[in-house]
Design a protein around this ligand. Sequence first.
Ligand code: G3P
Length: 228
Amino acid sequence: MKMIKLETPIIVLNEKTYNESAGAQGLRLAQICARVAAEQEVSIVICPQQVELARIVAAVSIPCFAQHVDAIEPGSHTGFVTLESVKQTGAAGTLVNHSEHRLTIADIAFIVSRATSIGLLTIVCTNSIAVSAAIAELKPYAVAIEPPELIGTGRSVSKVDPAIVEDTVKAVRRIDERCVVLCGAGVTSGADVRAAIELGADGVLLASGVVKAEDPRAVLIDLASGLK
Ligand code: G3P
């Protein structure tokens, strides 16, 4: 199954369930991301709200990911999201195990393996170096280290806890040198992104710094400057 290939370094925007990323505002935000990616010639991936995924995939040319999928096969389940339905939208992949939507290791293994078999990329979120190493054994597309206590604080993991980023990169690469490593939590500026790249990460995963910004375009341009 052919995978979409993403260029690194990369900025991944998780739009979460903020009002600012719902409905028409979510579409506008996606269009801003696509425009900044083209103008700044940087790689930006967006994770729209789940109910907006298909509409936004159809509206923008940058890769889109689901925010979550359930570890189930298609069939008689209610209110769940299958990998197959995400694939049908034209999305490139999915976040897995975000700290706001944790899964069991067995579920993560199921999702990573099934996603790979149908050509979807997986970015699996982790909360420690040990968990990152365990997840790397499953061979996801990417591991994203996010200390939960820094999420939404505006205090960037790449500055507040550089060791967790550096050591995660080393631990993951020891197991799978092709695995992309992202870091997230509190990232809001180009300087935060630059610090992450200098620590060996392939990019960042962020949310509130862009979604809640008064001027998301200006923030994205600043973030992009950290990739160059
Ligand atoms: O998935 C990204 C996220 O958990 C980090 O959130 O708001 O600190 O950028 P934020």
